[in-house]
Design a protein around this ligand. Sequence first.
Ligand code: GDP
Length: 425
Amino acid sequence: MVKAVVGANWGDEGKGKITDMLAAKADIVVRFQGGANAGHTIVNNYGKFALHTLPSGVFYSHVTSVIGNGVALNIPILAKEIKSITDRNVPAPKIRVSNRAQMVMPYHILFDQYEEERLGGHSFGSTKSGIAPFYSDKYAKIGFQVNELYDEEALKDKLHRVCEVKNILLEHLYHKPLINPDELFEEMMQWREMIDPYVCDTAAFLNQALAEGKEILLEGQLGSMKDPDHGIYPMVTSSPTLAGYGAVGAGVPPYEIKTIVTVSKAYSSAVGAGAFVSEIFGDEAEELRRRGGDGGEYGATTGRPRRVGWYDCVASRYGCRVQGTTDVAFTVLDVLGYLDEIPVCVAYDIDGEITEEFPTTGLLEKAKPVIEKLPGWKCDIRGIRKYEDLPENCRNYIEFIEKKIGYPITMISNGPGRDDIIYRD
Ligand code: GDP
């Protein structure tokens, strides 16, 4: 059986925590898209960790962690991440890396930086991890799969061919130093040593695991709004963030994905540029940012302050729909305990027309939030384990949102820890 954990919104919904929690009962956790550009924050018995490439199951010794073929694999970063957790006494995780995963090249990271510099005020707010140039090359068919590290002659040849094109851009468009393909080849031979213990045909491994009745968790990165097709294009990421892509990026049959847990945070936050209808500013935003998440709404990878806003029912309903949600995990609810009244965005006003349908980007940029205010509960709800024990106003907030989005909220997260969870049937 395959279960997916994905985001309804702009990312940072708390997928890491939910995956870490669900991994207690899983055999395998798989990353199927994205790269080291976003991070998951996990708090457990070993401490607090920011993961970028490793799946959120690495802290359990019974879990095998898989980096699927759909991932943008940065080998030195993965090696560093493995070391950073084993250095802190986490038992060495069982890791498998797809021999079909493609590798983020040093020039992808450089092109990401140079292009953002070139765009100036029109930049995407990229994390500069090389993700967009990486996926461009993958689909332009000039990317490098992990298995290519094992055919030295062919690799050298291809590196020369690809670098020729890259160097033309470096010289004439960006006016930056050129790449030496022979040096790059030597660097890649070091990558081979780092990755060799983990490489295998992960799709075959996962299909075998399914045949044996194992439980697989697919861990998505970012959220629906950042999907290149269904999100706020072009302010999106460069690989699909939807559960459906899990079948491709992991290599499992689509019909095996039985449960799709879509994670949605009790208020909104976003990093990078792009329309964000329910965004708030000034002191109101600063207070929510400071109190938000676990230690404030600042990016796990970049440390950048996140943009924050009220819960957006329009975006979340759409975000849940495009994921194919079976269950919603509603997270970070404890943070809202300080508010007398909680504003919620229930519809958009686009040129005077009120709609609950999520529009395409041009219209989204014109949308103004239609806000409804719900009474706050004015207390700390951390530590509560039963739904009935939540304050009435808190239950009303959950039920109001559940009705608006139209998908069942079956889990409520009221703290960053593994046990801070309330199940609801
Ligand atoms: P992800 O990318 O979706 O995994 O989200 P992040 O890990 O970037 O952001 C979620 C942040 O919220 C992390 O700092 C988590 O430790 C924290 N977090 C997750 N669930 C809860 C919760 O229910 N309450 C609080 N206060 N923090 C939470």
